[in-house]
Design a protein around this ligand. Structure first.
Ligand SMILES: [Zn+2]
Length: 683
């Protein structure tokens, strides 16, 4: 899926749309002591020198990263507010007598069980006993594959990736997707990058695997030897994996194969039988990276079964560590929280429980959340904003001097067909088959994983339900799904804690909401990847050869710009991997601007807080990225995230926009300056 997903490092944080923190708010009845945008700024910085620090430096200096966090910014403040609301919903459910099987019973029992740390300690690793016993009994490659396939329903990835989602070339049907996967580090490059911080992560990773095996009962010396062998195995998997930027070519990562062809390709894996065991009987599957599966098959033969058993033990235990005893939980935190992300201490248990509950059964909570926190008026307001952006985009496409009339007509058709989903789903998913009880936190998470797995299997072979949402309404994020040609904007992304909507001027609303989220998502349909899908969501070429070539030439300017940024010594931004997101940020800004120019505030031109409407528009956009992160997280994201770090999501796109130069009087020779001929011009 193109667009935004912030749950894992694979697709990490994006589309952090700005909202206002309570500390930005001014009291409703007093006259504002200071304009909220002004309060964020560090006016001692020249905007032409570093616009990010100029716009956000004041707030960032006053809000250092808390010990329990790897980053801190406006998005974290909003999420903290959301957690308070969600905690209330959970506590209410836990303190009520609910009919068995009801949503309230599930929420209440999940909360009560997950919050019971003493119970988790008492149970230790026992919730995983059955799975661990199966691993112990595995004696050959076939047995090992049995385990890996058996992991799929409980949400543990081993050896390869597997998923069911829409067929890229036939968006009306679901397809089984197979491809690279099975790595314990967040991305392939972690296994090879020579930078010293990344080398340190590798050392720590081996130590972490070893300690996890000790927790599973292994002698420390043996565990340490075993960990090194697991690392060597994973390094071979990584060698066979494509690079992050090479995963962004939808044509090259779409290889439809019959099961016969696939089995011939990997002779010791009988895909027909494997899928049939899951009640799947496809004629063909979509293989992302056929060469990976071939390499995996060879590797499984060459690697001693004892190493493969340890690999499986580690991945099972680490996937469930957070729901087990403190010893497992803390070992998981030591690596994932501290080493990879630089957290000094763990987040409070109740916050982590809510985050995991969101993954397990988020829509059950979402249904209650929106009733209380997303009024119909808010939905109406943002639906209207989507249409303002769509109109601005249509006008912009019509004016482009590099695109032919033929491609323009198709682009307009695709734009007109974009479906906006705003706030929450029209139809709620049926969770009646999900069983949540009081046995253990881990068991509830396992039940939820099985429910998701069965839900995915049940969709196969049926017409696609295009009304579905892949994010919950309480998620502070948004996405574009090319197969449905839709933008999905959860209710939480519009949260404005502390500041009533009426006090937020249009310039700011258009800068951070219209540009930073809605415009960003809608242009994903036309970025280097999204443009390869048509109005009906099918991967097919609708561009003339000449227009496609021109697009690529314009896009290359963006690739080069971002490749030149070096946030950490020795680690540059990956311009090619982050291209789609950078085009979306840049495009979103232009669309927001087009729509903003039609507002009264822009036309009248009056100042607020001493700032012109245009200045407030760009400052509003920058506020959406008002965030700072620890070096550890920055390093991990530079390797694994297709989004540039927050600061460069401001510096990069703005340096290509003429109105930005005018608004702040940026001069030649200043760091923010680019000569006009060097600027990106796609939209
Ligand atoms: Zn995006």
């Amino acid at each position: 899926m193109i667009g935004c997903n912030r749950n894992s490092l694979h697709v990490a944080v994006l589309c952090l749309l700005a909202a206002f923190s309570p500390t930005l708010a001014f009291a409703k009845h007093a006259s504002p002591p200071q304009d909220f945008l002004r309060a964020n700024m560090n006016a001692s910085i020249d905007p032409g020198k570093d616009f990010f620090d100029y716009a956000n430096g004041g707030w960032l200096a006053r809000h250092p990263i808390p010990a329990s966090e790897s980053s801190w910014g406006i998005g974290n403040v909003v999420e903290d507010q959301l957690r308070v609301s969600l905690r209330g919903i959970n506590e209410k459910a836990a303190n009520t007598n609910n009919p068995p099987g009801s949503d309230q019973q599930k929420i209440g029992d999940f909360w009560t069980t997950a919050m019971d740390a003493a119970k988790a300690d008492k149970l230790g690793v026992h919730p995983l006993d059955a799975e661990l016993a199966r691993i112990d009994a595995a004696n050959n490659e076939r047995d090992v594959l049995d385990i890996a396939f058996g992991f799929l329903p409980i949400g543990v990835e081993a050896f390869f990736g597997a998923d069911i989602h829409q067929d890229e070339k036939n968006s009306g049907a679901m397809a089984i997707h197979l491809g690279q996967g099975g790595l314990g580090l967040p991305e392939r490059d972690f296994y090879f990058n020579p930078e010293k911080g990344v080398a340190h992560i590798r050392e720590e990773y081996v130590a972490h695997i070893g300690r996890t095996l000790v927790l599973l009962g292994r002698d420390p010396q043996q565990a340490s030897d075993a960990a090194a062998k697991v690392m060597a195995f994973e390094t071979e998997l990584a060698k066979a994996s494509r690079k992050l930027e090479d995963l962004r070519d939808p044509q090259k990562n779409y290889n439809k194969m019959t099961l016969q062809d696939l089995t011939a390709h990997t002779p010791s894996i009988d895909w027909n039988a494997r899928l049939a065991a899951m009640d799947l009987h496809p004629d063909s599957v979509v293989v992302g990276q056929p060469e990976f599966l071939a390499a995996l098959e060879k590797l499984l033969k060459q690697t001693p079964v004892s190493v493969l058993r340890d690999y499986l033990r580690y991945h099972l235990a680490d996937s469930y560590a957070e729901y087990l005893s403190q010893a497992f939980d803390q070992e998981h935190f030591r690596f994932s929280g501290q080493v990879l992300n630089g957290q000094k201490e763990q987040r409070a248990r109740w916050k982590r429980v809510l985050d995991n509950e969101g993954n397990a059964m988020g829509m059950v909570l979402g249904k209650i959340f929106v009733q209380e926190y997303f009024p119909a008026a808010a939905k109406k307001r943002y639906v209207a904003l989507v249409e303002a952006i769509r109109t601005a985009y249509g006008e912009r496409i019509a004016r482009l001097d590099w695109m032919s009339a033929e491609t323009k007509a198709k682009a307009q058709q695709k734009l007109a067909a974009v479906t906006p989903k705003v706030g929450y789903p029209d139809k709620w998913k049926d969770y009646s088959a999900l069983v949540i009880g009081k046995d253990s936190y881990a068991q509830n998470m396992m039940n939820a994983a099985r429910w998701r797995f069965n839900d995915a299997i049940s969709k196969y072979g049926k017409p696609v339900d295009r009304s579905e949402w892949d994010m919950t309404p309480q998620t502070y994020n948004a996405y574009y799904n090319p197969s449905n040609n839709e933008i999905v904007l959860p209710a939480a992304i519009f949260t404005v804690p502390g500041v009533p909507d009426a006090q937020v001027d249009d310039a700011v609303v258009y800068g951070y909401a219209a540009a930073g989220t809605i415009g960003h998502e809608i242009t994903h349909g036309f970025d280097d990847e999204g443009r390869q899908f048509d109005a009906a969501g099918n991967l097919t070429n609708w561009w003339t050869a000449d227009d496609a070539k021109k697009f690529q030439q314009h896009a290359q300017v963006m690739v080069d710009e971002f490749n030149a940024y070096e946030p950490l010594p020795g680690l540059h931004i990956n311009g090619k991997a982050s291209l789609g997101e950078n085009i979306a940020d840049y495009g979103g800004l232009l669309l927001g601007l087009g729509a903003f120019k039609k507002t009264e505030q822009y036309k009248k031109g009056g100042k607020i807080g001493g700032l012109t409407p245009l200045q407030r528009y760009f400052l509003g956009y920058a506020m959406g990225w008002m965030s700072q992160q620890r070096e550890e997280q920055l390093r991990s994201r530079l390797l694994a995230d297709v989004h540039a770090p927050a600061k460069w999501r401001v510096l990069g796109p703005l340096s290509n926009i003429r109105e930005f130069y005018q608004a702040f009087g940026i001069k030649p020779g200043q760091p923010m300056w680019r000569a006009e001929a060097d600027r990106v011009r796609i939209w």
